[in-house]
Design a protein around this ligand. Sequence first.
Ligand SMILES: C=CC1=C(C)c2cc3[nH]c(cc4nc(cc5[nH]c(cc1n2)c(C)c5CCC(=O)O)C(CCC(=O)O)=C4C)c(C)c3C=C
Ligand SMILES: [Fe+2]
Ligand SMILES: [Fe+2]
Length: 369
Amino acid sequence: MSRLAVVLFNLGGPDSLDAVKPFLFNLFNDPAIIGAPAPVRWLLARLISGRRAPIARAIYEQIGGRSPLVAQTQAQADALTETLTARQLGSEVGVFMAMRYWHPLTREAVDQVKAFKPDTVVLLPLYPQYSASTSGSSLNMWVKTAKRRGLKAETHTVCCYPTERGFVTALAELTRAGFIEASAKATGAVRPRVLFSAHGLPKVSIERGDPYQSQVELTAAAIVEEMGLPDLDWVVCYQSRVGPLEWIGPDTDSEIERAGHDGVPVVVVPLAFVSEHSETLVELDIEYGELAESKGVPGYVRVPTVQARGAFIDGLADLVERAVRPAEGDGCLIEAGPARGRLCSEVGARVCDGKWAQCPHVPNKTTDS
Ligand SMILES: C=CC1=C(C)c2cc3[nH]c(cc4nc(cc5[nH]c(cc1n2)c(C)c5CCC(=O)O)C(CCC(=O)O)=C4C)c(C)c3C=C
Ligand SMILES: [Fe+2]
Ligand SMILES: [Fe+2]
């Protein structure tokens, strides 16, 4: 049996108030976030991070001066190590974290993986829906850094898993509990409305073919189906708009206002995050909670993220297993790009040489319409 390294991709988060500005600089200096050429991007990143830092520091002050994202990702890594070891997927299994914008950064993860001397590496984004600005950015950074630092091993990449069974089951269970809680706050025959809230994206990214929005919609529909409640009132909406560009909608805050107007309680489900951080603990819990109150929404329940719930971790383990041992008929062949001829599983695609190949199982809004 061989040595298996699994690398979890995530965004990272500031571990102190002093780290907020350099974290933001790294974020805005990412070509997947600001597409300008290097020197211009560097200047813009300096400028925007300097301007945004006091606002962002005030946000992180409300959650103890740091993001809990890395600690929660570590808990996921520990749980996944246990599950994969129990499944005997390798003679030794190591699960590592590669954060895009703050420690442990990709270069630290590459060095740790290299020291582990793996035979096989599986790259596993903690973003269920693929976007070039998240999974794509992490993957590009990994490929570049691994090459530069001399990490050589057979590598498989999971692109995305918007309808992965364990992920959907875990979120459906949490949403059902939130729905019951919100129902208790409703009067008469009024039923709560479910707001599936995802991090937004500039419209132009979708127009260029980013499958993120269509995958977010797939996740929402899968959760609704799994919940099995007849005539459920639900909508997909988008939070966390930043910058001057036009972003996809509807906005989560306008959906909260609409619920106030309609007099229905809301159940807010973050479906593009798998851990807690500023966007859930501050934006959803505090800012939107206050907005709901001021708009007369009769009840506001925010569903927790899946974190290290058993069903989700089992789902991640299934993805790793299928990446290293694709079963006969498990997927289909990727038809274009450098990954041509490779298998893709039903819940994700393989990526080869750092290039994204569209999984034919995942509808892409812009190419389908
Ligand atoms: C699905 C996840 C995410 C997508 C897609 C995404 C795109 C995206 N984000 C920005 C700008 C910012 N994001 C910030 C924080 C942040 N973003 C995500 C996830 C996605 N971003 C998370 C989980 C977090 C929180 C990190 C933490 O607290 O640990 C921030 C910084 C926070 C702030 O200043 O408010 C910015 C800025 C863009 C421009 C973008 C798509 C192009
Ligand atoms: Fe973001
Ligand atoms: Fe496929």
